[in-house]
Structure formats: structure tokens, C-alpha cells
Design a protein around this ligand. Structure first.
Ligand SMILES: Nc1ncnc2c1ncn2[C@@H]1O[C@H](COP(=O)(O)OP(=O)(O)OP(=O)(O)O)[C@@H](O)[C@H]1O
Ligand SMILES: [Mg+2]
Length: 239
């Protein structure tokens, strides 16, 4: 049986993401930079939250900690109740399969077409060629790119590239997507279309979304807005 990557998620009762007294300090030579200063946050399965704040306020640092791409200086990051800071690399890699990443600059492989880009995370997972192909095509259809399957990134618009990136992020059937300025390089009309897609994936497939944005219009699609300033949560708004 082929498990389609966009199946609806079920909830477990344990928060999806928990940040407890999270701190991150970078060292620039001898000079410490406090990027995160005691962040506490809990995100439930299926939630859609936006993270806002000025440049340098710690948004990407926080997202990287949630995704296990970087380690905190202090505090705890839990995904489904599992403390990432205690895991070795292979266990961390397994947890990362629950997470899809979407970035501002798409990060697609230029010489691969849309389908091959979406297949890539599945081939790393050892999924068979036929199944990979079928799942990739189904995902590209889900994001509205049925007619662009054979196009390379250079043959796609910015919005279409980001749709491929979203399809790729969904390839391993993640519990949530981490999106860092997904509309940063896209005009506002296309950005709104993308957000409709992201909202639909959230409400119909129950994929939780943690999305960084500078843009208040884009943040409106989230049900909860977290505002960061100087590495601290200064405001939380429910919409
Ligand atoms: N690898 C690093 N080494 C040193 N300092 C860093 C590093 N990464 C980030 N910083 C610093 O940490 C702070 C938070 O950076 P971060 O990238 O999280 O901000 P941001 O809110 O995502 O900003 P932007 O909106 O510009 O993307 C900034 O002061 C930044 O200069
Ligand atoms: Mg950033």
C-alpha cells in the first residue's frame, strides 16, 4: 500500500513543540551576542502560529532550535515530549523527519526538475522509485503544480518555486512545517495565494505551521501571533 504524504494527522495530547527557558548566546570573537533570552512557548498539534519581530530579534535562531539545526546555550526544546538537547545525531535525524523546512530562497536543486526535487527527501529515506514518483506527483498536484512537474526551478516563477519547496517539505509526511519568511521573495498577490495553500494544508491535513514573517498581512493567516524583540517574547496575539 502506498501511504500518501498528505494524509490527515492525528493528535496525541502531548504538545507538539515546547520551549522551556530557551537561551542562545553566540560568540563573535570574544563578544557575546544574546540572540534568545529565556523563551517559553508551547505549540499544540495542528496549530498555525506566526513569529514576528524586527530584524535581529531572534526569529530564525528560534526556528533553527525548534528544527534541531542548532543547539541552545541553555534551556530545553521538546518535540512531542522528546528533549532534542539529549539526542545523538542519528536520533535527532529521526525526529527531523517529523519536520518540513521551507526557507525564503527556496533552496531547490537547479538541475533537478520539480518532481525530482520533491523526490529527493524520499530517496534519502530509501523509498522505492515507483512510490517516490507517485507521491511526488500527488504532492505537486496538492500544491497546484500538476502542469509543472517536469519544469526545472529556472523554468518556474518565484511562487511556483515556493510551491515546489512546500511539496518537498511535505514529502516525508511531517507533523509540522517550519517556514522562515516563505514569502520574503514573492509579490504580495502570489504571497496571499501561497498563504491560502499553507492555511488549507494546516486546516485540512492538520499539519502544524510555525511561520516567520515581517508582514502583518501574511501573519493574519495564523491563529496565533508571537512577537519577538531582543530575544524575548514581548507580545502574543490570538486572531
Ligand atoms: N551564527 C551567528 N553568529 C553570531 N551571531 C549570530 C549568528 N546568527 C545570528 N546571530 C545574531 O543573533 C541575533 C538574532 O539573529 P536572527 O538571525 O535570529 O534574527 P532574525 O530575527 O531572524 O532577523 P531577520 O529578520 O533579519 O532574519 C542577531 O543579533 C544576529 O546578529
Ligand atoms: Mg531571520
Amino acid at each position: 500500500m502506498i501511504i500518501i504524504s498528505t494524509e490527515t494527522k492525528t493528535t496525541t495530547g502531548i504538545p507538539l513543540i515546547q520551549l522551556l527557558d530557551l537561551e542562545k548566546q553566540y560568540l563573535m570573537g570574544n563578544v557575546p551576542v544574546d540572540a534568545l533570552c529565556g523563551i517559553n512557548l508551547s505549540v499544540e498539534h495542528g496549530e498555525f502560529i506566526a513569529i514576528l519581530g524586527p530584524s535581529g530579534s531572534g526569529k530564525s535562531t528560534m526556528l533553527n532550535m525548534i528544527g534541531g539545526l542548532d543547539k541552545p546555550s541553555k534551556g530545553i526544546v521538546k518535540i512531542d515530549g522528546v528533549d532534542l538537547t539529549t539526542l545523538n545525531d542519528s536520533k535527532l535525524a529521526k525526529i527531523r523527519l517529523k519536520i518540513g523546512f521551507v526557507f525564503q530562497f527556496f533552496n531547490l536543486i537547479p538541475r533537478l526538475n520539480a518532481r525530482e526535487n520533491v523526490e529527493l527527501p524520499m530517496s534519502i529515506q530509501g523509498i522505492s522509485r515507483t512510490e517516490r514518483r507517485e507521491r511526488a506527483e500527488k504532492l505537486l498536484e496538492t500544491v497546484g503544480l500538476k502542469d509543472r512537474i517536469e519544469h526545472k526551478p529556472s523554468e518556474l516563477s518565484g511562487g511556483e518555486r515556493q510551491r515546489v519547496a512546500i511539496a518537498r517539505a511535505l514529502a516525508n509526511n511531517p507533523d509540522f512545517l517550519l517556514l522562515d519568511e516563505p514569502t520574503g521573495n514573492i509579490d504580495s498577490k502570489t504571497a496571499n495565494e501561497l498563504l491560502k495553500l499553507i492555511s488549507d494544508l494546516n486546516s485540512e491535513k492538520n499539519v502544524a505551521m510555525v511561520m516567520i514573517t515581517h508582514d502583518n498581512n501574511i501573519a493574519r493567516y495564523a491563529k496565533r501571533q508571537i512577537h519577538l524583540l531582543d530575544g524575548k517574547i514581548v507580545k502574543e496575539v490570538a486572531t
